[in-house]
Design a protein. Structure first.
Length: 170
């Protein structure tokens, strides 16, 4: 934990290239179900918007969150500051590219909303930016909250997470 209003989670990895720190909530608690709405939002920042990979969202429990087979999550690759939204089932993904561009050490709110039917809306800083189809919605497995950062060069990187919020209609 680090200083900040309400407390902030500071994740720091070591200075080795491709060093990965990932966190997953113990137990898979969320399933995308037809007729049941689901909402996800997180507020985070990274120290280096270009030379780091990051993932945040809902995925199956997996030791490789940057290459997971099932989930709905935001991902940013090394060498780019742009964030994509992936909707992935059985290693087949629908990608919504370049939904936002991150800046060094600047908070961003990333969210998605599943309408329980055929659409996933994504938002950046509380503003709806567009939609993704649910063709590859992972509706046959439970998901867990996943957070990860990986170095893109031999220098320590940090990710600061203010909050993660997930709610599902019952």
């Amino acid at each position: 934990m680090t200083d900040g209003d309400g407390g902030l989670l500071l994740i720091t990895n070591t200075a080795a290239d491709n060093d990965l720190v990932s966190l997953q909530k113990k137990g898979e608690s969320f399933r995308f179900e037809s007729g049941k709405k689901l909402f996800f939002e997180a507020r985070l920042k990274v120290s280096d918007a270009t030379e780091s990979d990051l993932v945040i969202g809902l995925q199956i429990t997996d030791a490789t969150p940057l290459d997971v087979t099932d989930g709905v999550f935001f991902i940013k690759s090394d060498g780019a500051a742009t964030v994509n939204l992936l909707v992935e089932k059985n290693n087949t993904a629908t990608t919504t590219s370049s939904i936002t561009t991150m800046a060094n050490d600047t908070f961003v709110r990333l969210g998605f909303y599943y309408d329980g039917s055929s659409t996933i809306e994504y938002s950046v800083n509380g503003v709806v930016g567009g939609t993704s189809v649910t063709t590859n919605l992972p509706d046959d497995e439970d998901m867990t909250i996943t957070i990860a950062i990986q170095n893109g060069q031999a220098a320590a990187k940090t990710m600061t997470v203010d909050y993660v919020f997930v709610a599902k209609e019952r």
